[in-house]
Design a protein around this ligand. Structure first.
Ligand code: ATP
Length: 235
């Protein structure tokens, strides 16, 4: 479904991605794990078209997308849940959700997806008229995920959904990610520092260090790999 082929991404003179290749098949949850500053966010931003790549190519269902602007990439079915949630704090929950569907014209489908996300996160239904900025951190993450789902993506890019959340909320968020993948066949590309949780729900994983992929394997094998355990699982 997604093929990232030997991409190089820079911020000015900083060579952030140094020949990264990643493949994601339809229906998979893949996770990209690595330390702070390894290049995980940059990889997602390169796919969503927010940060341009300087070399290599990114194909979505065989079509090059690295030449397209971000709104067209969303239109093709790729939606990103950004790190730090980035919801609109002054807008209500409902207004935030409406924005997620701004490229769509199928009213019936939008209504269906709205019902789906409010069923997934009943707390958002309760708080539908409340300003996004007044929600708790966990609720804001739920809103950010829901807003991305309102675009009805086939590929969902998630950047550190567990960041800054209490363990019990993290578990709930990961359960929901698995549910979204299983119920909707939504393919998920999950960037996480919480490697422990990510490897529990992912099918396959990539390890990134200093802008390069250093390991690729099934999530099960990575979770028992001695180097991964030492570096990322705190075991
Ligand atoms: P984290 O887990 O901390 O978010 P990450 O693995 O997502 O880390 P990136 O945010 O992709 O890493 O950063 C990769 C490299 O690019 C780092 O060296 C970082 O300092 C640099 N970088 C990221 N964003 C910018 C920017 N806007 N301008 C300059 N350098 C940047």
């Amino acid at each position: 479904m997604l093929k990232i082929n030997n991409i190089h991404t820079y911020y000015g003179n900083i060579h952030a991605l140094k020949g990264v290749s990643i493949e994601v098949s339809e229906g998979e949850i893949i996770t990209l794990i690595g330390a702070n500053g390894a290049g995980k966010t940059t990889t997602l931003m390169s796919v969503s078209g927010v940060v341009p790549i300087r070399e290599g190519e990114i194909l979505f269902e065989g079509e090059p997308i690295h030449t397209r602007p971000p709104d067209q990439i969303v239109g093709l079915g790729i939606s990103q849940v950004p790190e730090g949630r980035l919801i609109f704090p002054g807008l209500t929950v409902m207004e935030n959700l409406d924005i997620g569907a701004f490229l769509r014209k199928d009213k019936a489908g939008i209504k269906e997806d709205l019902d789906y996300v409010l069923d997934l996160f009943p707390i958002l239904a309760e708080r539908r008229h409340q300003a996004g900025g007044t929600l708790s951190g966990g609720e804001q993450q739920m809103l950010a995920i829901s807003r991305s789902l309102m675009a009805r993506p086939r590929l969902l890019l998630m950047d550190e959904p567990s960041l800054g959340l209490a363990p019990i909320i993290v578990e709930r968020i990961f359960e929901i990610i698995r549910k979204i993948n299983q119920e909707n066949q939504t393919t998920i590309f999950l960037v996480e520092q919480n490697a422990n949780m990510a490897l529990q729900i992912a099918h396959r994983g990539y390890v990134m260090e200093n802008g390069r992929i250093t390991l690729v394997d099934s999530a099960r094998n990575l979770a028992t790999n001695e180097d991964v355990k030492k570096a990322y699982l705190g075991i």
